[in-house]
Design a protein around this ligand. Structure first.
Ligand SMILES: [Zn+2]
Ligand SMILES: [Zn+2]
Length: 287
C-alpha cells in the first residue's frame, strides 16, 4: 500500500529519539514528534527530554526550588496517562447511576432520529448525550472495557484533545448512522464511539502494541449481547462510528507534519459539519 509506505517514510510520524515509534504528539517547545515515553507533562502540553534539560539548565536555583515546591512531585518521564479515557469512563458511570434512579434523565438524553427533525421535535444534543447512556450492566461494562483497552494505547499516542475529538465525532457518527439507516429507533450507548476508536486504531495504530485481538473479542461479545432478547441492537451506530473513526484516523495520519495543524483542524470541523449536514436526509425524506 502506497499510503502506508509514505506514512512510514515520513519521519514526522515517528519519535525523533525513537525512530521506530509512531506518535502524533509534538513537543510544545521544539515541535518535534515524541513518543509517550519521551513526553513530560508541562504547564501546557508536553515537552521532550532535550527541551526539559535545557529548561532546567536555564533556571536559577531559586526558580528550581520554587518549581519543586509548586509542581506536584518530580515530573517523571513516561507518565503520559490516558486521563481523558478515565474521565469519559467516570462520566459514563455517573450517567448510568443517574439512569438507574431517574428514568426522566434517560428520557431526556437518549437518541431518536425524530429529535433532529425540526418539524417534529428538535433536541439535537441527544446526538451526543446518548453516547454516555447505557441500557444494562453488560452494555456499559463491555463498552467501558473496550474503551479502556483502546484508550490506554491510543490516547498517549494521539494526545488528550485529539483522542476526545475522535471519541465525540465517532459517537456523533454513530447517531447519524442510526438516523440514516434506522430512523425511529431509540438508541443509547458508547458503542458507536468505541467502534470509532477501533476504526482509528486500525488505520493508524497497528504498530503501537495494542492488543487488537483482545479488543475484537470484547467488541464481538458486545455485538452478541445486542442480539439477546430484550436488548436493542444498533449495528447502524457501529457502522457510523467505525467509518467516522477510520476517516479521522486517516486525517490524523495525513496531517501529522508541524505545519499541517490548521489543515487538521479544518478537516475535523469539515467532518463534523458533513455529519450534521447528512441529517438533512432524514429531516426531508423520513417525515
Ligand atoms: Zn523539544
Ligand atoms: Zn521516544
Amino acid at each position: 500500500m502506497t499510503t502506508s509506505e509514505e506514512f512510514r517514510q515520513n519521519r514526522d510520524n515517528f519519535c525523533y529519539r525513537h525512530p521506530d515509534r509512531q506518535s502524533f504528539v509534538l513537543c510544545q517547545r521544539c515541535l518535534r514528534t515524541i513518543c509517550p515515553q519521551c513526553q513530560t507533562q508541562g504547564a501546557v502540553g508536553v515537552i521532550c527530554p532535550e527541551c526539559m534539560k535545557e529548561q532546567r539548565a536555564s533556571q536559577s536555583p531559586a526558580q528550581r526550588k520554587a518549581q519543586r515546591r509548586w509542581v506536584r512531585g518530580p515530573v517523571a518521564v513516561g507518565t503520559q496517562r490516558p486521563t481523558a479515557t478515565y474521565v469519559i469512563i467516570a462520566i459514563t458511570a455517573a450517567a448510568f447511576v443517574l439512569q438507574l434512579f431517574f428514568p426522566a434523565f434517560e428520557n431526556a438524553l437518549a437518541f431518536n432520529s425524530a429529535y433532529v427533525i425540526p418539524s417534529v421535535a428538535f433536541e439535537p444534543w441527544r446526538l451526543l448525550t446518548s453516547v454516555f447512556l447505557h441500557s444494562s450492566f453488560w452494555h456499559i461494562g463491555l463498552n467501558m472495557l473496550a474503551l479502556w483497552m483502546i484508550g490506554r494505547s491510543l490516547e498517549p499516542l494521539l494526545g488528550h484533545t485529539r483522542f476526545v475529538v475522535l471519541y465525540l465525532l465517532s459517537g456523533l457518527g454513530g447517531s447519524v448512522g442510526v438516523a440514516l439507516l434506522a430512523p425511529g429507533i431509540w438508541v443509547v450507548g458508547a458503542s458507536g464511539a468505541v467502534f470509532g476508536l477501533l476504526g482509528a486504531l486500525l488505520v493508524i495504530g497497528r504498530h503501537i502494541g495494542a492488543n487488537i485481538t483482545g479488543i475484537l473479542i470484547v467488541l464481538g461479545l458486545n455485538l452478541v449481547i445486542g442480539f439477546l432478547p430484550g436488548y436493542n441492537i444498533a449495528w447502524q451506530a457501529h457502522v457510523g462510528g467505525l467509518v467516522v473513526g477510520g476517516l479521522i484516523g486517516l486525517i490524523y495520519a495525513g496531517t501529522r507534519t508541524r505545519n499541517a495543524r490548521v489543515l487538521q483542524i479544518s478537516l475535523l470541523v469539515a467532518v463534523g459539519v458533513a455529519l450534521l449536514a447528512l441529517l438533512i436526509i432524514p429531516a426531508v425524506f423520513y417525515v
